[in-house]
Design a protein. Structure first.
Length: 169
């Protein structure tokens, strides 16, 4: 190999082009991997709220079966969950016939959740209707920090309201 100025420039140019391709490749990979990483991070944060609200629904059903009333606060459910975490605020709104359990996002990039537990009547073989409860878990369709609309009992079926979707059972 010769050390003339022309060969040094040619060798440096070819190495520089390879570095440029490597940097461009890394940029493309970041463009693909970063959104995937952020989506998975949000999903794992949202799974906390899904689990908490689902647990609150189950506790409301147990409370109603035991006491014939719904609990009116997160602490009254005795689940040992905090009313506020880094990403969510949890709350309860209850009446004689329904209980709504909320997991409202504190972060604009996360979805909020609402669960509903409804008192329903079931026809039984004896002359008297049986009273039972049914529950539903709904997810906001879009991320944000506003509480989602609560589900409703429509023609005997539990439905998530506009702007929310039922979480798969």
């Amino acid at each position: 190999m010769t050390n003339n100025p022309e060969s040094i420039v040619r060798n440096a140019a070819s190495r520089g082009c390879g570095c440029l391709l490597l940097i461009a490749g890394i940029g493309v990979m970041n463009g693909i991997a970063l959104p995937f990483y952020l989506t998975n991070t949000n999903r794992s944060k949202q799974s906390e709220a899904k689990q908490y609200v689902n647990s609150m629904n189950k506790a409301q059903q147990a409370d109603f079966a035991e006491k014939s009333v719904f609990s009116r606060s997160v602490n009254a459910l005795e689940l040992g969950i905090k009313t506020e975490t880094t990403n969510y605020k949890y709350s309860v709104r209850a009446t004689k016939q329904t209980a709504f359990n909320y997991g409202v996002s504190k972060q604009p990039q996360l979805k909020s959740y609402v669960g509903g537990v409804f008192v329903t009547r079931v026809k039984s073989n004896n002359a008297k209707d049986e009273i039972t409860t049914e529950s539903i878990l709904c997810s906001a369709d879009k991320p944000g920090t506003m509480p989602p609309l609560p589900p409703t009992l429509h023609k005997g079926k539990l439905v998530c309201e506009t702007g929310t979707t039922q979480v798969t059972k």
